[in-house]
Ligand binder design. Structure first.
Ligand code: SF4
Length: 224
């Protein structure tokens, strides 16, 4: 659902932050750092069906953003930018929404010498794409099938048998709303949307003892 304009808006946001900081602090010595990477859709979220943007699209948008910041004579020098290019994100997307067939890809990468891939100096995109091609071909699927393909509503997803408490129909509706930019208020203050995650709906979410007070997850009935 993201457009080039959405990404370019990040530069405007940084300029606003610097301007507000200068006003509040009474000094021009205010900097803002943008830390950014491509969006990786995750299971059990409204974007579990969405087509992930390919690395070329991500890199193109990062380039546009960099150029816009550089061209900004007023704030550009005060804006820093840290980013990950699009290729590692695609592999992250494969691992995030892959099914058990992706296990063969991981093994193939390891057999080909891939270790410590989370460190950029060890990561090889070419090794992953070659391994995916070899390991997934017998199943009739490929890297794009797991990443840049939009899933239809009725497709059985690899994690559907795991219950995270969120109602599948609610997630789908939230995804549809996002396509039209519909905003949803924070349910702690506005009332319950029946997403299914609160204990009142019989969900028993297990979390470890943190010793901290958790935010109250109490259903507030919506007026009307
Ligand atoms: S109150 Fe609980 S069940 Fe209702 S929308 Fe919020 S998180 Fe979901």
């Amino acid at each position: 659902t993201e457009t080039d304009e959405d990404v370019l808006g990040i530069a405007d946001m940084a300029a606003h932050v610097i301007e507000a900081g200068r006003r509040a602090a009474g000094t021009r010595d205010i900097r803002c750092t943008i830390s950014i990477g491509g969006f990786v859709p995750k299971p059990h979220t409204p974007f579990q069906w969405v087509a992930q943007a390919d690395p070329e699209t991500i890199d193109h948008r990062l380039r546009l953003l960099r150029e816009k910041i550089r061209a900004d004579r007023r704030y550009g020098r005060a804006i820093g930018m840290r980013y990950h290019d699009g290729k590692p994100g695609l592999i992250e997307g494969l691992l995030s929404r892959g099914d058990r067939r992706v296990g063969a890809v991981i093994e193939e990468v390891w057999r080909d010498g891939g270790v410590l891939d989370g460190w950029s100096e060890h990561f090889s995109f070419d090794r992953w794409t070659a391994a995916a091609e070899r390991a997934l071909a017998p199943f009739g699927v490929d890297l794009a099938w797991f990443t840049t393909r939009e899933r239809p509503q009725g497709e059985v997803l690899p994690w559907d048998h795991l219950d995270a408490g969120l109602d599948r129909d609610w997630l789908w509706q939230d995804y549809q709303d996002s396509l039209y930019g519909a905003e949803v208020e924070d349910c702690r203050w506005s009332g319950c949307y029946d997403c299914g995650v609160c204990p009142e709906f019989g969900t028993e979410i297990q979390i470890g003892p943190t010793g901290r007070s958790l935010l109250p997850l109490t259903v507030v009935n919506r007026a009307g």
